[in-house]
Design a protein around this ligand. Sequence first.
Ligand SMILES: Cc1cc2nc3c(=O)[nH]c(=O)nc-3n(C[C@H](O)[C@H](O)[C@H](O)COP(=O)(O)OP(=O)(O)OC[C@H]3O[C@@H](n4cnc5c(N)ncnc54)[C@H](O)[C@@H]3O)c2cc1C
Ligand SMILES: *[C@@H]1O[C@H](CO)[C@@H](O)[C@H](O)[C@H]1NC(C)=O
Ligand SMILES: *[C@@H]1O[C@H](CO)[C@@H](O)[C@H](O)[C@H]1NC(C)=O
Length: 527
Amino acid sequence: MAKNYPFFTYFILLITITRLTSTTVGKTDQCKTLLPPELANINTISTKLHNDPKTIKIASSDYGNIIHEFPIAVFHPSSIQDIITLIKISYNSYVPFTIAARGQGHSTNGQAMTHDGIVVDMASFRKQRKGVAISVFEDPLIGYYVDVGGEQLWIDVLYATLEHGLAPVSWTDYLYLTVGGTLSNAGISGQTFLYGPQITNVHEFDVITGKGDFVTCSSEKNSELYHAVLGGLGQFGVITRARISLKPAPTTVKWIRLLYSDFSAFTKDQERLISINGRKLNFLEGMLLMQQGSINNWRSSNFFPLSDQHRIASLITKHSIIYCLEFAKYYDHQSEKMVDKEIEILLQGLAYIPGLHYEKKVSYVEFLNRVRSGELKLQSQGLWEVPHPWLNLFIPKSQILDFNSGVFKDIIFKRNITSGTVLVYPMHKSKWDDKMSAMIPNEDVFYTVGFLHSSGFDNWKAYESQNKEILKFCTDAGIKVKQYLPNYSIQEDWKKHFGTKWKSFLESKHKFDPRMILSPGQKIFNK
Ligand SMILES: Cc1cc2nc3c(=O)[nH]c(=O)nc-3n(C[C@H](O)[C@H](O)[C@H](O)COP(=O)(O)OP(=O)(O)OC[C@H]3O[C@@H](n4cnc5c(N)ncnc54)[C@H](O)[C@@H]3O)c2cc1C
Ligand SMILES: *[C@@H]1O[C@H](CO)[C@@H](O)[C@H](O)[C@H]1NC(C)=O
Ligand SMILES: *[C@@H]1O[C@H](CO)[C@@H](O)[C@H](O)[C@H]1NC(C)=O
């Protein structure tokens, strides 16, 4: 029986859709007899379901370009009511079908896919949605905020809020991601140490649950759903609006890079910089420079002056890995002289290689949108749509030196296949909210390490086996890592991932998506 189940689902759904897409009166009547009577506006759904090869192809691939799951149809909603209706049809069906909201499909392991259900195309919703999808307000209690559709891109949120001289404070490195997509994970970048991840900068949001209920929630109102959804991997509802806090936006950024040959000096300085009181810096990250990768890879184009590239390259040859600390200081009305003075003070006592200190002055938009020019370049060369076997981890500070010697110095160096970006930077646990679904290590300071690999079409398996080796090393060495953008496929692994939060995660699932309809691509509740 269990084996027949998916086929049965498929069969019922196929009938449903065949009926939905029919336009003749007679067949529509048939359809109405098949579906719950309260869904009288069913015709508005049928015209919005698409299954032409081009549409299916997009919905069955993602940035990872490794996993492909084929949905039965792709839904192009034009209103919130459309999404409610679709979810209710499934929820009220004898055998429900799965539904996956797809933001930009910038996941790397099929998280926004479904192989036996309907993909809700949020990009199409963005184009069709009526009314204002990004609006700025001021409230006497909470200050400035923006109300933004869950389908919106962060780049558009940036441009719209800058028109008011305002901007959100917590970002991701790359801005062509959707609000609903990053809030389903956490949304991290070099501002997280100061303002927390994006999920802790949301006052309230609207969500359509797996029962088709439209609910507004905040930490005071429907707080269980609020905490479950943030970092909740799309398991409890489709986010249709989020209220995000804003602060006056700076205009200009001083962007600094410092090079280290010694990992412990590098991390010590990173930890020191994120712990300075009085908001002396606004952004901090770090990355590896390795022999295999070009010094000016697509994420760091043109940072290092030509005259120094030879020196840096020979340092990499000598030390095998050079660590690049990156921080930024925002300003606007202050004089540049004053900012330079403050940076000088920040640099005092840091242990980077003497002389290897680089600086750039850019606009705030240029800084936040820094990954875009590299993307466009790769796209023009056809290199953006290659497989991306990514691995993103959170590592407790107390074990980051072991991680360096076991993973960077040993696995990565020996395998010698990593040419893409490897990010390494710390953040504070106190800026996260333990009631939310997002999982982090249980230590005051922890690091994120992102292996943002691009591979060729025929060698991605080598990266996956490297990822497995890294994870195995951590398990064997007792390094308590948590995966960010986690990639598990059996529930036992998910249970371990959520640890003590698993019980409440499961309870919330039973409450808000009891028929296990939403985001099956995460592979948490699938059979
Ligand atoms: C080049 C690049 C750079 C990146 N940089 C960063 C970074 O700096 N920091 C960071 O934190 N992440 C980063 N990411 C990862 C990114 O946050 C995730 O891919 C995330 O899933 C957002 O992508 P998306 O909007 O395309 O969502 P999708 O991949 O489409 O969806 C992700 C999950 O959320 C669900 N979902 C989508 N929309 C909604 C919604 N409205 N409501 C509820 N659930 C929804 C989907 O079903 C799926 O399970 C990066 C990704 C790429 C490709
Ligand atoms: C994701 O998980 C699957 C199943 O465990 C595994 O086969 C795959 O290699 C993982 N992907 C990456 C990029 O490591
Ligand atoms: C790593 O691989 C490159 C070629 O891709 C090679 O030139 C280099 O010598 C290798 N380094 C080591 C340490 O094996």
